[in-house]
Write a protein that binds this ligand. Structure first.
Ligand code: ATP
Ligand code: MG
Ligand code: FE
Length: 336
């Protein structure tokens, strides 16, 4: 079964062809990062316009790199939420047009379920149930993946998402957008014990997260250095901030795995590409005898391959969407 998958929820225009759920025949990503860097973040109107310009070419390229034509495709998978409504609409309209034109079924996919499904690509033996830490630009969730497409959310952030905190702190120390990869890189030159930033613990909700406190602590630290006319060490700030975030992510995730008796953890979303998180989670899992997996960096950040994987598991369960499929900017996990 071949799925043509389309992703346009934020600032990546992407298309992929996925065979039998786990084999990626092609994975084309046209990123708008350079464009949005000018403004320090994603400008929704510009994102939509760029998607329209790029989408046909990206799909064509995905088909040709996979060495298939639309005749070889069994279903069209598309992200229909959550995300920027104008950006989502471009992918959804395109997918509906292809579905209408070819008569092939349409399968709408939840973007975050796509991020989780990215783990299936390179871990052939990974099967539910497992615990997944979702850490992306807009989401931070701890979920139990009970079956393909069946999720139980056991924890979430009370304020900023992990990726959002990385991006905001990066901006504050002048690293620019997107901040996650830049902090990751700079932190390698810094001392993670250099500055002590707070680790939030939410009383009574051991699997929830909060990152606004650590973000404010970084801003306060910068302000106080400025007032005292002290030189700031940006690498130490990056390393210490990253350490604070990673500490909490690992602590809560491992605690949940033990409490729920799950011997397998996956990490998903853009922040899953973070080298310190991968290392610390891997050390923690080894200590507890828990199996860990995470996708290659290219499958951590936004891509259509992961959407194709999620669409495949929905397709074989019988999920079909009609031509009335609409973009749902605040789509909930598990909603069909
Ligand atoms: P969502 O998936 O919640 O809708 P999104 O699609 O914008 O949001 P992703 O594509 O999953 O987010 O990931 C982008 C985020 O990942 C950004 O916040 C970026 O800073 C962060 N990120 C990417 N690489 C790294 C890294 N190496 N270390 C830390 N953060 C990273
Ligand atoms: Mg992006
Ligand atoms: Fe994403």
């Amino acid at each position: 079964i071949n799925i043509l998958a389309i992703e346009s929820s934020c600032d990546e225009t992407a298309a992929a062809v996925v065979k039998n759920g786990r084999t990626i025949l092609s994975n084309v990503i046209s990123s708008q990062i350079a464009l949005h860097t000018l403004y320090g973040g994603v400008v929704p109107e510009i994102a939509s316009r760029k998607h329209i310009e790029k989408i046909n070419q990206v799909i064509k390229q995905a088909l040709s790199e996979a060495n298939v034509t639309l005749q070889d495709i069994d279903a069209i998978g598309v992200t229909y939420g959550p995300g920027l409504v104008g950006a989502l609409l471009v992918g959804v309209a395109e997918a509906k047009a292809i579905s209408y034109g070819t008569g092939k079924p349409l399968v709408g996919v939840h973007h975050i379920e796509g991020h989780v499904s990215a783990n299936y690509i390179e871990h052939n033996d990974l099967q539910p149930p497992f615990l997944c830490l979702i850490v992306s630009g807009g989401h931070t969730h701890l979920v139990i993946v009970k079956d393909y497409g069946v999720y139980e959310i056991i924890g979430r952030t009370r304020d900023d998402a992990a990726g959002e905190a990385f991006d905001k702190v990066a901006r504050a120390i002048g690293l620019g957008y997107p901040g996650g990869p830049k902090i990751d890189k700079l932190a390698k030159e810094g001392n993670k014990k250099g500055i002590v930033f707070p680790r939030a613990h939410i009383e009574g909700s051991p699997y929830d997260f909060s990152f606004s406190g650590v973000k404010s602590a970084v801003l306060n630290y910068l302000n106080s250095c400025e007032m005292k006319k002290e030189e700031v060490n940006r690498a130490d700030i990056a390393a210490s901030f990253q350490d604070a975030v990673v500490d909490v992510l690992v602590r809560n995730t491992i605690a949940a795995a033990k409490d729920f008796n799950l011997d397998q953890i996956a990490i998903a979303g853009g922040v899953a590409a973070n080298s310190a998180l991968r290392k610390a989670m891997s050390d923690g899992c080894k200590e507890q005898g828990i199996k860990l997996c995470y996708p290659s960096p290219i499958y951590c950040t936004d891509n259509a391959a992961m959407i194709g994987v999620a669409a495949y598991y929905e397709f074989i369960k019988g999920t079909r969407h009609g031509l009335d499929l609409n973009a749902v900017p605040n789509l909930k996990i598990g909603q069909r």
